[in-house]
Write a protein of this length. Structure first.
Length: 490
């Protein structure tokens, strides 16, 4: 049973807090996972924001909760957990003393979770003030959002600054994709089912695709995104973390240290891409105006409204893991904005049968395929070849076994990655968070790609509402593969 805790959300009036973090805590309350005595302390910049915060939170929940989740009775009870406070996260002024007094109302043994929903550039300053004001206790944890830095050097500087005030065991680097129930189910699928684990290597698997496609454009992130781009924003953390979970060896135990050790081995085994290898194995793109859901949407430069830019909004990578399990198996990573459909999925395509006993008249025999879909719905699909049952002739066709996870449970439980991870931080369970060594190793693989792109020209263009540049299709065609596009098959 989780003990009462205080969670201080720095940047409590920001988009992430209102759109994701507060709904996550509301769901935790509804499911009985917020013990009595727990407090949620969102920080805001001024007294007017503080005084209006309860109304702001109320509106945010009604807007961002799923249909049927909100009800006024639960809101009235949940609102009592909220204690908005005024804090300047970059200056140790008197408002910090007010926060200290509020936290001091409870026993120091009560866990404190400092959630930095802030730009990474101010992580260090905020942690320094927490230390100066003596707010860090033995049971305190700090949660930091990605991306940590813009390159390996800046990431190391940020991590080193945080480490001056918090031990590695107190630092929880969050990647919300790791909190998705389907991602955790990936480990259960592999390590508790011999039918998959015995068929999870280069002898049986032809290729693996990991895709995260978004239909949105810049929205309110133009300033950040143009400095980051898809490689830093998505590949360096989300997709590499998913790659680790797909490719890692079975951990000795399902604890944080064992899982992190195996993930780190995958990152260390990633074949480096440098100089011309970047050109041969990576496609970057940028969207131009196009049609999406029946509407004409602007291109990246029109949304940016700040002159020319070579920032990539699409990346496709052919990667290899040089170890005994995965030698020769290509891993295709893909992410992009303004894509045709919103989807995040892992596609495992198996090798064809070694000997086809049927002649051509039965139809083409397609390889088996396992699709683990993370969003928008959460599902697991396995495609097999089967005889058609609507005629006497021997005709084969692919059929799909489909497990809709969201429809399999009617307990009122709502899958929410942030809810899971915030409660894990409160419970001091770091298994689904990222170690400093993982961040360092990921940047070592990413940095040479960034350096190469700085020497090259502009990204390839693709129309909004498509699956990306034609060059990305050609990247797979070089090895006789095709992208699996959700809703369209292979």
């Amino acid at each position: 049973m989780l003990n009462p805790f205080d969670i201080i959300i720095f940047g409590g009036g920001g988009d992430l807090a209102l759109r994701k973090l507060l709904p996550a805590m509301y769901r935790a309350y509804q499911e009985g996972n917020l013990p009595q005595g727990t407090r949620i302390l969102p920080t805001v910049r001024g007294t007017e924001q503080r005084d209006a915060y309860i109304d702001t939170a109320h509106s945010a929940l009604k807007e961002h909760l799923s249909k049927g989740e909100y009800n006024n009775k639960d809101w009235q009870a949940f609102a009592k957990y909220l204690v908005p406070v005024v804090v300047n996260v970059t200056e140790a002024d008197a408002h910090w003393d007010e926060l200290k007094a509020i936290l001091g109302e409870h026993d120091e043994d009560k866990s404190r979770v400092f959630y930095l929903s802030l730009p990474p550039a101010v992580y260090g300053t905020c942690c320094e003030i927490l230390s100066t004001k003596e707010l860090i206790t033995d049971t305190s944890r700090v949660v930091v959002e990605k991306p940590i830095g813009y390159c390996g050097k800046s990431a190391e500087q940020i991590n080193a600054k945080i480490a001056q005030y918090f031990s590695e065991e107190q630092i929880f680097r969050i990647d919300h994709y790791l909190g998705k129930e389907t991602v955790q189910n990936l480990m259960a699928l592999r390590f508790s089912n011999s039918v998959f684990e015995n068929l999870w290597d280069a002898k049986t698997i032809d290729n693996i695709q990991i895709s995260i496609s978004e239909t949105v454009g810049l929205e309110s992130r133009a300033g950040f995104y143009d400095k980051a781009g898809a490689l830093r924003d998505m590949i360096q953390n989300h997709l590499l973390q998913l790659l680790c979970l797909v490719a890692m060896e079975s951990p000795h135990k399902l604890n944080a240290n064992s899982i992190r050790t195996e993930k780190l081995k995958v990152l260390e085994a990633l074949r480096p891409l440098v100089d011309e290898q970047v050109d041969d194995n990576i496609v970057r793109g940028q969207y131009v105006p196009g049609e999406l859901d029946g509407k004409i949407v602007p291109g990246y430069l029109e949304e940016l409204a700040d002159g020319p830019s070579n920032t990539e909004t699409f990346v496709a990578i052919r990667a290899h893991i040089d170890n005994w399990r995965w030698a020769g198996v290509p891993f295709y990573l893909r992410t992009g904005k303004r894509m045709k459909k919103r989807c995040a999925e892992i596609v495992v395509e198996y090798k064809p049968v070694s000997h086809n006993v049927y002649d051509d008249s039965v139809g083409p025999i397609q390889p088996n395929r396992l699709v683990i879909r993370l969003q928008p719905e959460e599902s697991i699909q396995l495609t097999l070849m089967s005889k058609r049952l609507d005629n006497l002739e021997m005709q084969l066709e692919p059929v799909t076994l489909n497990i809709e996870l969201s429809e399999s449970y009617e307990s009122g439980f709502h899958s929410d990655a942030y809810k899971r991870l915030m409660l894990d931080a409160a419970a001091n369970n770091p298994a689904l968070f990222i170690h400093r060594d993982e961040v360092r190793q990921a940047w070592q693989w990413i940095d040479p790609i960034i350096e190469r792109w700085q020497e090259q020209g502009a990204p390839a263009l693709y129309r909004a509402g498509t699956w990306g540049p034609v060059d990305a299709d050609e990247l797979l065609a070089e090895t006789q593969h095709r992208w699996f596009n959700t809703g369209e098959g292979a």
